[in-house]
Design a protein around this ligand. Structure first.
Ligand SMILES: [Zn+2]
Length: 189
């Protein structure tokens, strides 16, 4: 069996070795004596230790990690939480979509009675990743820079503009409330 060279890009499920030759390392799994890559990454073969592993290059394949600031689209509003899909971090778009959740207690320093008072479905939010141990990833929008950065009118669907601390629809004049970021309107701030 042909084994890819060290440094080559491998996909999940690619055969990268056999257990007679190597020990399965990080980013790999073994099935019936064959070692496969478990992730999209670069192959590393350690001939001395006879370990084969796959390393993810963060720059190439960004994944959300705790402390990162991400942009996400609000998919679903529940009473006490919002389900969001993370799309990018600092303008670097994720290759796959990651599901996140903002719990109502992590939305704002101020008391929010129902989630719909803070976000609406379709809004784009800027949030900080709290933990990535389980899915959905936990996010927070507490802090002035965090929160909604783009929102749409609940009546006509037009983009809302931030004017004097209020979100206003220029189309129909509707005024709405959100937990918005001071960077409202700026996608890569
Ligand atoms: Zn409107």
């Amino acid at each position: 069996m042909a084994i890819p060279k060290t440094g080559s890009l491998v996909l999940p499920g690619d055969k990268i070795g056999v257990i007679e030759m190597f020990m399965p390392g990080d980013g790999t799994y073994e099935e019936n004596g064959i070692i496969y890559s478990n992730i999209l990454g670069h192959l590393e073969i350690n001939m001395k230790k006879r370990i084969v592993s796959v390393k993810r290059k963060k720059k190439d394949f960004p994944i959300p990690s705790p402390g990162q600031v991400v942009f996400a689209k609000v998919e679903q509003i529940r009473r006490n939480s919002a389900i969001v899909i993370m799309t990018n971090m600092d303008g670097i778009f994720y290759t796959s979509s990651f599901e996140g959740m903002v719990h109502i207690s992590q939305t704002s320093k101020k008391y929010i009675e129902i989630m719909n008072d803070a976000f609406n479905e379709g809004d784009i939010i800027k949030a900080k990743v709290l933990q990535t141990d389980r899915i959905p990833y936990q996010l927070t929008t507490i802090g002035k820079k965090m929160g909604v950065i783009l929102a749409f009118c609940r009546i006509c669907g037009n983009t809302l503009e931030l004017k004097g601390g209020k979100l206003v629809c220029r189309q129909c004049g509707n005024q709405e409330f959100r937990k918005y970021s001071i960077d409202y309107g700026k996608m890569n701030a």
